[in-house]
Design a binder for this molecule. Sequence first.
Ligand code: ADP
Ligand code: MG
Length: 680
Amino acid sequence: MEWEDSISRLKGVGEQREKKLNKLGIYTIEDLLTHYPRDYKDRSRLSKIIELQMDVENTFIACCKGNGETIKHGRFTFTRVKVADETGEVGMLWYNQPYMKTTLKPGDWYLFTGKLQNKYGRREFSVSEWEGIGENFAGGRIIPVYPGVEGISQKMLRGFMEAALEQVRGGLSEDIPLWLRKEYLLAERNFSIEQIHFPKTEQSFYDARRRLVFEEFFVLQGALFSLKSYMEETNKGIVLKNKKATEVFQNYLPFLLTHAQKRVLKEIEKDMSTGKQMNRLVQGDVGSGKTAVAMAASYWVIKNGYQAVLMAPTEVLAQQHFHSFSAIFENFGITTVLLTGGQSAKEKRISLEKVMSGEANMIIGTHAVIQKGVEYHKLGLAITDEQHRFGVGQRGALNQKGEDPHILVMTATPIPRTLALILYGDLDVSIIDELPPGRQTIDTMAVTTSYHERIYCFIEKQVQEGRQAYVICPMIEENEKLEVQSVLNYTEELQQKLSSCRVACVHGKMKPKEKQEIMNCFAKGEIHVLVSTTVIEVGINVPNAVIMLIENAERFGLAQLHQLRGRVGRGNEKSYCILVSDAKTKIAKQRLKVLTDSQDGFVISEMDLKLRGPGEFFGTRQHGLPELKIANIYQDMPILIEAQGAAKKLLTMDPFLSLEAHEEIKKRFAQFLEGKHLEI
Ligand code: ADP
Ligand code: MG
């Protein structure tokens, strides 16, 4: 049997069980064997019957002493069987498994796990698991506990693992080159896979785990680094001419670029003029003005006769970019088109035709812009906005449209350097570390719900003075229906309280058109108070909105709250962020205090990490990280750093992995990049 074979080839896996295993993401032997245990139970220490302790889990072997009996108690059955070893006898008890009466064969030996309990007036061993033992029983062992699925018991999964290991044992090729394994003291692959499931000793478990964690990080990093060296070498970047062009463009902006914006633009210009393909990440806090930089870069590309495309994570954001780009690009006779999933078939067709013919110079949209059937006339630059919403795979898809267009990625998520490397290991990084002048700090306060009346008065007063407000009410669990209902109810209530204001809401179930209409009304000032869940989180720009009221603030991540807060304070008026929470825990209070104390995205995200624990912060989905099977980015940070070093070493020594010793790892990287592991 091969690593790639379907699990249906395993004994005991029929159609039904195959389907259930599929639910766990297990299709092949490889998937099965890389379905790693989430925990272990130590059943290596066997007790004698005389040593059994009450109410704690014990494992022992014993011989069946004759047929059992089953007693009915209403809807329940109790089945009892006597077993013995050389130190004594004990009664075994099964609930609702009457077949156990005759399953064990008198005279045969079995391994039992469970608890000795004193119930119903008897001392009995309540069995949680048992198995028959053959002649060559080698003693108890440490057994794995797997993330499971209904209908497949742990015992069954363990059986499949054993069967699969039996089949492929020793046959896995080693993909980490020997010299690296020596240098980083890594266990061999076959050994590790086997020991991670059924560790012989604690040490072999640690060795196995370290190797597998290392491997996972190494493949992730190595694949990204190799992509980078490959692209640098083979992708001929489009060479752009006449840098002066962007200076002319800047004259048409309603403001002067900040030093940081200028510096980043210079870095971009340099990339795009040297003949290399640009692959650059621009990181900048909310409101730092990433859009203007993207616009200047696009302008230059278009002046050189190419098209530029900007991909945004939501329809609303795409619309907004479309308006701000068209407004400025019109001055230069540049045609901007919009391409989103929410457009009518006709609108879409018209846009597509313009994209294909080259009539459209600037294309703005959602991921509709990378879909099949979108053909660019002459793509020179592909930009993704708010990158953390997209996975590495989608970035790749943009790259493949056109012939090696320059790539620019923009994100507002401040992340520590090591993690930036994992996420963007294939990118160069620029940072806009300065906000445009005149930005006011946003007064931020954390209050309890007892402040509601006062807050409403405050909102009414601000609206009377011509200002607007956002109100965020949190999502309810994962239930979209309930969520919509709660937003609607909340909005209605708020409308009653704020009778002099026009209140409206947007939510996830609305059609993009509807949502857009409401956003437009809000932008025009026809709606005063906009209620929503977090759909307005990214990128929305309405300078007249000065209040951000967030209900149940404790339910949001700090980085997310910071993003939300960034929606206000965009004009000249004093702005406010009000965090409402009745949470009483110390951590919850500390977290909100971080926001009232700081306006710096990097500081906030670091505190978020400290106070929340990494699991939540680096939810792989939110960051578009490929899902990790065994490694834990946080706990395993030291191994991550080693693996990064190793990947660098490997690619410095052999950038295209053309040495024979690197054949296997090259395949592995290629597999990884094919995208199977990159989907989000
Ligand atoms: P983000 O980096 O969050 O995407 P935007 O690009 O949306 O930020 O910019 C936020 C706001 O700041 C916009 O209203 C934009 O017009 C304005 N802006 C950008 N750069 C400058 C600047 N150099 N001076 C003044 N205002 C600026
Ligand atoms: Mg933005």
